[in-house]
Design a protein around this ligand. Structure first.
Ligand code: ADP
Length: 510
């Protein structure tokens, strides 16, 4: 892609715990891949560094080769470490593999090793590799608490050695996890925990529940990075007003900005998606109905769909299919998801949930619900993680439900729209920045694209569900126009990548 290339080329290195599709747990993985690809297309040199998790899907890594063997510090020792290079969907990656038990196991998170120690090791090992290979990127872009310590390690240590050039960007994808640790745990990566343990550095500064022994890697990252971003403008406002990092963010508000996430339109394209039984796009929508039929039949959901023929539209006189694809955690509005399962069926629709719960009790509860509706013609709860199924469900869906209590950005609503699924969302964070109500949003009267509710109670969700069903059932022509319109909305990385490039340029050393 030579169109839109930047003339002033930068070397950008992402340091991250996730990358789609080889190590994706949630939106972080999608964002790293999408942003990296967009910057590559603009002509920049981009690399993604991530741990060589044992569970990486190696068949998706091309040209995988061992590039460096070196030693990196951990807890008084120097651990033999390997760096491998390769490409993932065309994006250069550097995979860091220590010769210890870190990053072993069948999952990205929740292995039997100490996660805090492993990511502290990884953060340092990335800088150590730059040091031993004399690599001087313009920008090191770190993400979440897992790699926040890199900013401290850089300014307190490596910048004083020979890695002089890079400037640091921290992106916070979710303020819920702040990398809590104690002084002595920070010592493990070679930082002096007692030096970092002050209010102006990484020490907890909560007025209520203040703990003088508690440090936050994320707070340290905010203090030590040259700029800090989060993933939507509304989430910036929300995090400046509440949450225990709000004081720190207020103090550094001049270097704190919200840049809306995009979606990777190469991985998410209904016109070419390898996981779909039929392809479609805004002006050629027939394939969507085939996807719906395929999914509903496959899952044993009774369907009275119109035969798909030359003159068919994507909407037959069938019932609306609502999907919800999410991690099953409190943030995502578990009580509203539970409520929607029954309410959608009562309203005459079909409901499919795709999700997993990291908390065993929540997983068990949803398994119980899943068993209860095993024989239902209207509801399926798929309590698993499946990239393939997620693509098929977005393609099959008439409606994508995102009833989050809070949502820094949210990708499901954007992916859903690209696949012709109308979003029903709660007005919070990035959902408020991307979905505008068909009936009520005066300020965005020109771009209504879904159904939005405000309250956290079931009645509020019900109001939005009923309105959506009414449109679907009683105004099919308007619904079809809405589907076609939302598929054309540009939520690609193109625009947001430009904002990141401007930010990189504003902090880099020339
Ligand atoms: P978060 O990062 O909080 O999980 P986002 O909306 O930013 O939420 O991103 C979620 C991403 O993870 C989306 O790409 C969504 O499709 C995907 N996802 C969530 N749960 C599953 C699942 N069980 N199987 C497949 N993909 C999932």
């Amino acid at each position: 892609n030579v169109i839109g290339q930047d003339s002033d080329i930068m070397h950008i290195v992402h340091v991250t715990a996730e990358m789609a599709p080889i190590a994706k747990v949630g939106g972080l993985g999608d964002v790293v891949t999408g942003l990296a690809r967009a910057c590559l297309h603009r002509g920049h040199r981009v690399e993604v560094m991530l741990p060589f998790y044992e569970c990486l899907q190696k068949e998706q890594i091309n040209d995988l080769t061992l590039s460096d063997t070196y030693l990196s510090y951990h807890n008084g020792d120097w651990v033999s470490t390997r760096a491998y290079r390769g490409h993932v969907t065309g994006i250069p990656v550097i995979l860091i593999e220590p010769a210890n038990q870190f990053f072993k196991g069948q999952r990205v998170y929740g292995g039997s090793y100490n996660e805090l120690e492993a990511y502290l090791f990884f953060s340092r090992a990335c800088l150590e590799l730059m040091q031993v290979t004399a690599t001087q990127p313009d920008i090191i872009h770190v993400h979440e608490w897992q790699t926040s310590a890199l900013s401290l390690l850089y300014w307190d240590m490596y910048h004083k050695l020979s890695v002089k050039k890079p400037r640091l960007i921290l992106t916070i994808h979710n303020m819920e996890h702040y990398g809590e640790c104690r002084q002595e745990q920070l010592n493990i990566c070679g930082l002096d925990g007692s030096v970092c343990s002050t209010i102006d550095k990484a020490l907890d500064d909560r007025t209520i529940g203040h703990n003088p022994e508690r440090l936050s890697l994320l707070k340290g990252g905010i203090v030590y990075s040259n700029a800090v971003t989060t993933v939507s403008p509304t989430y910036v406002k929300e995090t400046l007003c509440s949450g225990w990092l709000s004081n720190t963010l207020m103090q550094y508000c001049e270097k704190y900005v919200g840049i809306l996430n995009g979606i990777d339109t190469v991985l998410w394209d209904p016109a070419t998606d390898v996981f779909l039984p039929a392809h479609f796009q805004a002006h050629e929508i027939e394939g969507k109905q085939i996807c719906k039929q395929y999914v509903q039949r496959g899952l044993g959901l009774d369907s009275n769909l119109l035969t798909v023929g030359k003159n068919s539209t994507s909407k037959g006189n069938d019932s609306p299919l609502v999907v919800c694809i999410t991690r099953l955690v409190a943030q995502k509005g578990l009580h509203l998801i539970r409520y929607a399962i029954n309410r959608v069926a009562e309203l005459g629709g079909k409901f499919i949930l795709l999700g997993t719960a990291p908390d065993g009790r929540v997983q068990e509860e949803f398994e119980y619900l899943s068993n209860q509706c095993k024989e239902s013609n209207n509801v399926r709860l798929l309590l698993t993680y499946s990239e393939e199924l997620s693509h098929m469900l977005y393609a099959a869906a008439d409606i994508v439900l995102v009833p989050s209590m809070y949502e820094p950005c949210g990708l499901a609503q954007m992916i859903g729209m690209r696949y012709g699924a109308v979003p029903i969302v709660r007005r919070t964070g990035g959902l408020a920045d991307t979905v505008f109500d068909v009936d009520h949003d005066q300020s965005h009267a020109d771009q209504p694209n879904g159904f939005v509710f405000e309250g956290i109670d079931e009645g509020s969700l019900n109001g939005a569900l009923e309105r959506a069903f009414q449109y679907y059932n009683e105004k099919p022509q308007l619904w079809m126009e809405l589907v076609s319109k939302i598929m054309r909305i540009d939520n690609s990385w193109e625009k947001s990548a430009g904002e990141y490039i401007n930010l990189y340029n504003s902090v880099r050393v020339r």
